[in-house]
Design a protein around this ligand. Structure first.
Ligand SMILES: [Zn+2]
Length: 115
């Protein structure tokens, strides 16, 4: 391993396991790996910062994802309807719509096939 160009430190032995080994000699990926090493070295710091940030802006994120989900549903009104009427094949070999699957699994027809 070329330690000099990769800029490894002595205490990075443990971190190397987390870097994909096939990327280490690839010049194009050295920078990416370096970024990852930097992240792994300062993981705790980033985590603390992230937690603090998320806590501070908790309400904002809540609203944001709520709005996002709402707008997505408006853009794709038929998605959930279509999902429910998709035809699926049960593990007992029975073909039926997805909306009936949960009920079918408790039915006599389904249970009898595994007895
Ligand atoms: Zn079944």
């Amino acid at each position: 391993m070329n330690r000099v160009s990769f800029g490894l430190r002595d205490d990075d032995e443990k971190l190397i396991i987390n870097v994909k080994p096939n990327l280490i000699f690839d010049k194009e990926h050295l920078k990416l790996n370096y970024k990852r090493m930097h992240y792994l070295r300062n993981k705790e710091k980033y985590k603390q910062y992230n937690d603090k940030y998320m806590k501070q802006h908790k309400d904002y994120f809540k609203e944001y994802f709520k709005e996002y989900a709402k707008s997505w549903k408006e853009k794709n009104p038929d998605y959930f309807k279509q999902y429910r009427v998709q035809s699926v094949v049960c593990e007992c070999g029975c073909e039926l719509q997805r909306r009936n699957l949960a009920k079918h699994k408790t039915s006599k027809k389904h249970i009898d096939k595994f007895l």
